[in-house]
Design a protein around this ligand. Sequence first.
Ligand code: KE4
Length: 422
Amino acid sequence: MSHFDEAREHIAGGVNSPVRAFAGVGGEPVFFKSAKGAWVETEDGRRLIDYVGSWGPMILGHSDSDVINAVVETARRGLSFGAPCVLETQIAKKIRELMPSIERVRMVSSGTEATMSAIRLARGHTGRDKIIKFEGCYHGHSDSLLIKAGSGALTLGVPSSPGVPSELAAHTITLPFNDTDAVRAAFDALGEQIACVIVEPIAGNMNMVLPEAGFHETLRDACTRAGALLIFDEVMTGFRVAKGGAQSLYDIRPDLTTLGKIVGGGMPAAAFGGRADIMSSIAPDGPVYQAGTLSGNPVAMAAGLATLEKIDAPDFYARLSDRTQQLVDGLAAAASDVNIPLAVSNAGGMFGFVFSDEPQVRRFDQVAAANIERFKAFFHGMLDADVYLAPSAFEAGFVSIAHGDDEIEQTLAAASKVLASL
Ligand code: KE4
């Protein structure tokens, strides 16, 4: 019996999060046993170069000794208190130092919780119900965000999952990413009803899609004019694409930011925060309720704080960006050598590649129209060559500071062979 078969006898779908099940690429998922630096060791004794990094948190590489030591030392003093501890204040100060738009922060335990709370806060603070999100962006699995576009551009949303009441879906408007005309039309039609816009400032859940020039400025200006809040969902991009996240790359000051992944250093921790006047609406200061037994858990705070302190090192992002650029340039060259159309993108330690004829993908429909079967074959060819990529054509990839020349060269050598075989 395989690990997956046994897991399926006890765990729904055999996994605790759907993307891990390899449904997007076929075959059985790889079971990890341990990980160090850029490498993971599987239950069947293989060593793989890892470009998923737990979907983003492992920017230092797996099992960073300083993070592990911080976790162990903190755990020895107690796993959870349900009472304030200074570690929570220390990481809050560090987050604010790295992201000045965040004047007050609230720690939570997952990105879903962060975005769900930020949406409720935006609705409570503005007294409005409607929200705008973008096609291809994922913000976790809370009801208001599991919504896809209705039949028309401005018709209100429909659930993208059973279990989401249609009445709730009706308050979510889904627009095409990078479509500034659609944004303006939505605000012209519904501006005073809109509580917020939530956006992945660099989209990482439809592979990787960069914003076009002017897109974020249009969002910022439309929200300001209408009295709506701009929420940057930086769960993935925060501390990943730059020390100050995507908001520092595009020089945009969102009203609220959500964080996850790296902020927890691999432990269950996430956050939302932003303008002090808005955050004052959150309980206990304000009427918008939000809570969590393990919010600010000391062991998770220790992992996150140790991580944020290490990424704040001189030239950390210059080195990380160079490594990622080396990877995507190599992938593009290898595909070009065998006349396979491949659109690549990267920012900081995040990258994407789409088997598309488009030189750059800018919208979800372009990613959906790409050659998914070719992606699946590439994924498995690379896995056979001991390179672990995200098991879905709709996910981004992640490079850690522990990925060195050897790992990149081994990856590109494998890619050349696999691409030539497609
Ligand atoms: P979590 O609830 O999974 O911690 O975070 C939700 C979330 C929110 N916002 C963005 C931009 C995200 O990318 C995510 C979660 N990302 C996925 C990978 N694309 C997590 C992997 C999974 O679902 O297992």
